[in-house]
Design a protein around this ligand. Structure first.
Ligand code: ZN
Length: 309
């Protein structure tokens, strides 16, 4: 009898991190500036362990390799998605991610990184950087060298509930005062263009990757003007994005509702409220994987973000 798969989150200290993963989500986090909670991940830089049930103690990567039936027999050499909560107390570096082809060639067979952001909360007046204004590599390089950041970067105001799709080749940065749920390809390849000349606790600066950034940036992509969600909400469900890597939905639960059984798997994150999922108590900050073929019986008052391939 298959059941939901609950995982223990993994926390990563970051120069720009804060404490809201504890104060807002109630996670038991290590000391220091904690920037990322890897909630559903089989990536080697943070491979979550199952917290309860038949598979307790096993890594998600082991379930992927030894129990592919849980994922509907989906092909592939790694679990394809990674779900994070990001607490940006300070600004993240200005960065870009490669696509699959570039990453496979230059990053040891890694996947590229397409990601998307759901703004869980942000300070009044918070902004974000998505996209850039240089028309080609030459102009981009000269603006970077001259430090013309405000001319180069497309900076937008953000609000709770905004959503952004970040395709490979999109220059971007999450800025301080922002809590985000990120759904992404299972990859950890980041090329930094600029890190505000920040110095880490050990006195060193984090490396920059300007050449790779120049090569990977998509100069033809149009920068967005807003993160406002315009897709309709139908019976409590809003499709935030559907692309070749993932489909991400926001699902509101008020009373009882049943999520249809996924063909492969479904990642679920509770971002607000509390209730039950297949009889398990869940609350804001709970994350689980629904295996192939299992309907998810939900009850309570909750808002969820789900993702599937
Ligand atoms: Zn990124």
């Amino acid at each position: 009898m298959s059941d939901l798969i609950f995982l223990k989150p993994i926390f990563h200290e970051k120069i720009w991190g804060g404490r809201r993963l504890q104060t807002v989500f109630g996670y038991d986090i290590p000391d220091g500036p904690i920037g990322e909670c890897w909630a559903i991940s089989a990536h080697p830089h943070g491979d979550c362990v199952v917290s309860e049930g038949e598979y307790a103690g096993k890594h998600l990567s082991e379930l992927w390799s030894d129990h592919r039936e849980l994922f509907g027999g989906l092909a592939g050499d790694r679990f394809p998605l990674l779900i994070k909560i990001i607490d940006a107390d300070g600004d993240l570096s200005i960065q870009v991610h490669p696509d699959d082809a570039y990453a496979a060639e230059h990053e040891n067979g890694s996947l590229g990184k397409r990601e998307c952001w759901y703004v869980l909360d942000c300070d009044e007046g918070a902004t974000i950087i998505v996209g850039q204004h240089a028309k080609d590599a030459e102009e981009f390089r000269s603006m970077v060298e001259a430090g013309r950041w405000s001319d180069l970067l497309n900076e937008l105001p953000i609000h709770k509930g905004d959503f952004f799709q970040i395709d490979p080749g999109t220059i971007h940065a999450i800025k301080g005062g922002t809590l985000i749920l990120e759904s992404q390809q299972s990859s950890d390849v980041t090329y930094r263009v600029y890190d505000y000349d920040r110095v880490q606790a050990d006195g060193t600066k984090r490396p920059l990757h300007v050449e790779q950034s120049v090569e990977c940036t998509n100069y033809a992509a149009k920068a967005p003007v807003s993160g406002k969600v315009t897709a309709p909400e139908v019976d409590g469900v809003t499709e935030l994005e559907s692309c070749s890597n993932y489909t991400v939905d926001r699902v509101r639960v008020s009373g009882e509702r049943t999520l249809p059984a996924p063909e492969y798997f479904l990642d679920v994150s509770v971002i607000d409220g509390e209730g039950t999922a297949c009889g398990h108590p869940v609350r804001k900050g709970s994350h689980f994987v629904v295996p192939a073929g299992l309907e998810t019986a939900l009850a309570g008052d909750m808002c969820l973000i789900t993702s599937r391939v």
